[in-house]
Design a protein around this ligand. Structure first.
Ligand code: NAD
Length: 490
């Protein structure tokens, strides 16, 4: 497979101008056209699964099962759902009117935004580029795709296949790193959808602000896992080993660290060890079910942070830079100020913080940024409710992890520093659509309209008040005890 060729910088303005002109020509607006293109996107993935397997093996040593579950399968499903639901999603939506304009059919037209930019990340290089593209195409936009150069084989494959399956007039790719992306960002888009780290997210948002371009930012964070004393430890260990070491820990919603109630930590470590042994058949390096760190830079970043920990490495130790292999690693007795707790790990290292109560864990989580995901393992509903009611995060799963990603009817995204906006399913369509408030008035009934025209009179004022303003709504009542009490005092 060839290495990734970056787009010559002189070509960038021309590509963008062509996409803008195509949008203005109206080519991408008809629903039938959008459906045809979505079929093309579906087939791009479906007809080239062997090639995607090879590319993602070269990029990340990704097992075919993980490619299917977390990438190819999801993109295909998003295409199928969008084709099936598009008429429904795109149809004008009726809304309630006031007495004055009820006859004018107030409604919302779902219209494409225009020309949009999607910037993908390397850890799920197929999904994070093409799943948002499903929403952008379905909504009738022209789309510029910018794959991550850190997963060059997948980026090169998508670049080769895109013109075969999709209309080049409307959907294009630009390849490159910071230099090329910076040049792209100098242009005006109608929306930018970015997935990646918060530090680059800030650069993207600053560039977008110059053009007043709205953004969706899918970022990361340190996603905690609460493990309560009452949990089934063996089951918890199985679900944690799967979710933490999936894609070698390089998942935005991977469990970042455990908050374990004192008393079960030794049993948990024992079960984690047994599960790692079972899942990777005694040797993760030779197992076909375990990935690799994406490159030397990330490998060294992880090794450096591991060297600085004051916790006890209870599982792991055998690592091999020549193969970018980092053994599933568990570190016990990690303190809140440990090196492993400084920022998102994004690799197969799982620190365990021991707490005397779940409340201590809640206090710790609330001192930091809102994470992208939060997980709880417990059989006790009160414990679960208490943790959920007293924390914030992009999403939550109880008694599992990662599985929220595939429920496309749920919003997927962060809150605060873990992201802005969310997508999947219909939400992806909505992100890339403009809700155009629309009234269609008849050239009739001018007498009724006379109420609002000058010269204004007391009579017109009281009519307008009666028509537009429903006093009953604001009367003090049991649902508004504060107002009732205030009135009683007067
Ligand atoms: P990355 O290195 O692939 O970067 C993301 C994109 O930003 C790439 O396309 C890259 O070319 C571009 N980029 C890099 N430098 C740039 C610059 N100076 N100016 C403009 N663009 C630039 O990915 P990453 O940042 O290493 O991704 C890892 C992070 O992404 C983690 O924090 C992870 O949690 C987060 N992430 C979030 C999600 C999500 O869905 N919320 C998914 C995956 C990853």
């Amino acid at each position: 497979m060839t290495a990734l060729a970056f787009t010559p910088v002189d070509d960038i303005p021309k590509i963008i101008q062509e996409l803008r002109a195509t949008f203005q020509s109206g080519l991408t607006k008809p629903l039938q056209y959008r459906k045809e293109q979505l079929k093309g996107l579906h087939n791009l993935v479906a007809e080239n699964e062997a090639a995607f397997r090879e590319a993602s093996y070269l990029d990340l040593h990704k097992p075919p099962m993980e490619l299917m579950l977390g990438e190819a399968g999801m993109v295909k499903q998003e295409c199928v759902d969008a084709i099936k639901e598009l008429d429904n999603w795109a149809k004008p939506q009726k809304v309630k009117g006031t007495l004055l304009n009820r006859l004018d059919g107030p409604h919302i037209r779902k219209e494409p935004l225009g020309m949009v930019l999607i910037i993908g990340a390397w850890n799920y290089p197929l999904n994070l580029l093409l799943a948002p593209a499903v929403g952008a195409i379905a909504a009738g936009n022209t789309v510029l795709l910018k794959p991550s150069e850190v997963a060059p084989h997948t980026a090169a494959l998508i670049t080769k296949l895109l013109p075969v399956y999709l209309d080049q007039r409307a959907y294009r790719i630009i390849n490159g790193a910071a230099v090329e992306t910076t040049l792209v960002l100098e242009h005006k888009f109608d929306h930018i959808f970015y997935t990646g780290s918060g530090s680059i997210g800030r650069i993207i948002m600053a560039a977008a602000a110059k053009q007043l371009t709205p953004v969706t930012l899918e970022l990361g964070g340190k996603s905690p896992v609460f493990v309560a004393k009452d949990t089934d430890v063996a089951l918890t260990a199985r679900r944690l080993v799967w979710s933490k070491f999936y894609n070698c820990g390089q998942t935005c919603i991977a469990p970042d660290y455990l908050i374990v109630e004192r008393g079960i930590e030794q049993e948990l470590v024992k079960q984690l060890r047994a599960t790692i042994q079972e899942f990777y058949q005694g040797n993760p390096q030779t197992s076909g079910s375990y990935g690799r760190i994406v490159n030397n830079q990330h490998y060294n970043r992880l090794m450096n942070v591991l060297k600085r920990t004051r916790g006890e490495v209870v599982i792991g130790g055998h690592n091999d830079e020549s193969d970018l292999f980092l053994h599933p690693t568990i570190v016990l007795n990690v303190q809140p100020d440990d090196a492993l707790m400084e920022s998102e790990l994004f690799g197969p290292i799982l620190p365990i913080m021991i707490v005397d109560s779940m409340q201590q864990g809640i206090d710790h989580v609330n001192k930091g940024d809102q994470p992208l995901a939060l997980y709880v393992f417990s059989k006790n509903q009160k414990t679960i409710d208490h943790i959920l009611d007293n924390t914030r995060s992009g999403s939550v799963v109880v008694n599992d992890a990662l599985t929220q990603f595939v429920v496309t009817s749920m919003p997927f995204g962060g809150t605060g520093p873990s992201g802005i906006g969310n997508y999947h399913g219909q939400r992806s369509f909505d992100i890339f659509s403009h809700e155009r408030g629309t009234l269609i008035k008849k050239q009739a009934m001018e007498k009724v309209n006379n109420i609002r025209y000058p010269p204004y009179t007391e009579k017109k004022l009281s009519w307008a008040q009666w028509v537009l303003y429903d006093k009953k709504k604001y009367a003090p009542n049991a649902a508004n005890p504060g107002a009732a009490a205030a009135k009683a005092k007067l």
